[in-house]
Design a protein around this ligand. Sequence first.
Ligand code: OSB
Ligand code: MG
Length: 377
Amino acid sequence: MPIARPAAPIALEAVELRVLHLPLVSPFTTSFGTETVREVIVVRAQTAGGDGWGEIVTQQAPLYSSEYTQGAWDVAQRYLVPALLDAGTFAPEQVAGLLEPFIGHRMVKAGLELAVLDAALRAEGRPLGEYLGATVDRVPSGVSVGIQRSPEALVETVGGYLDEGYVRIKIKIKPGRDIADTAAVRDAFGAIPLQVDANSAYTLADADILAELDRFDLLLIEQPLQEDDIVDHATLAARLRTPVCLDESIVSDKAAADALALRAASVINIKAGRVGGYLEAVRIHDRCRAAGTPVWCGGMLETGIGRAANAALAALPGFTLPGDVSASGRFYTRDIVAEPIVLDDGHVRVPTGAGIGVEIDPVALDDATVERVLLRR
Ligand code: OSB
Ligand code: MG
């Protein structure tokens, strides 16, 4: 369902942007690289009715998508934040339209929209989950496991997460680290809910190898081919028994509509950052729900800000598969929110406080800040 009750307008007075460096509890390796420190931008929207918080989920380098942190930092200050400050008073639902003239930069748009939405909802005392249409008070928690030194090391790491209670495992794969890694996890743990994520590391020429994954009864394979390989994904999907799920390719509701029409995906990973905001994410959810296509909530190593918002999004009824909505402790020893997201019986609670429902820990925020700017009207 579209947003049932829009939020009241806010009067935007200033926007503070910070680049944070948050050390990861362990290196996170995907087919496109290894991260040891999460570089991320936090947004504080200062309004007449109070502050709101958002997060721009770009990574340091443009390896997952074309967006990257210093590019986001530049475009936010040069174009996107000034456009919002010029608009002055507006409702959160207007943010996307105000920013639409600027092409791309969806993660930046999403972070700005979330900060405005959080300010508006806090002023009204409304939780984000209720606003978006959440129908449950907690969501099943899956975990995304990076490529490890060896299949044996992977089994040990996955075992640790299962012991913590995670209800679904996703392992990262790449050419040469696919079949044996998946087989090792299946052999060690039996019929656990298991899926793989290739982060665009294959081409259609690898179809025979990818078809070998069919024997593992995976929930899905995520983004085997490149972002713009929609037709190739459809060709591949027709050859595989494993459901194909798109992540990188789904940059908007329109992209989701096209992928469904072309049968390029039978499952969709929804990430608010990748699609330009939580409101666009709800539109994709609504479309997929109407089409009977399962969706799940992806992650971008969010701080407690985006993690709380993701828990709210994942509580919508079309999110029928566990998401990458894990505990703060999966990535960080010290989150920047006063109430880190925790795992409880394999689930994460949907915050019930106003807005994103978590408070910022000002000391942790300052300690992680490496760059800071305040833009005023
Ligand atoms: O492909 O889902 C992905 C992290 C960064 C960039 C892309 C991806 C990921 C993850 C981690 O898999 C998801 C999480 O935040 O837990
Ligand atoms: Mg992915």
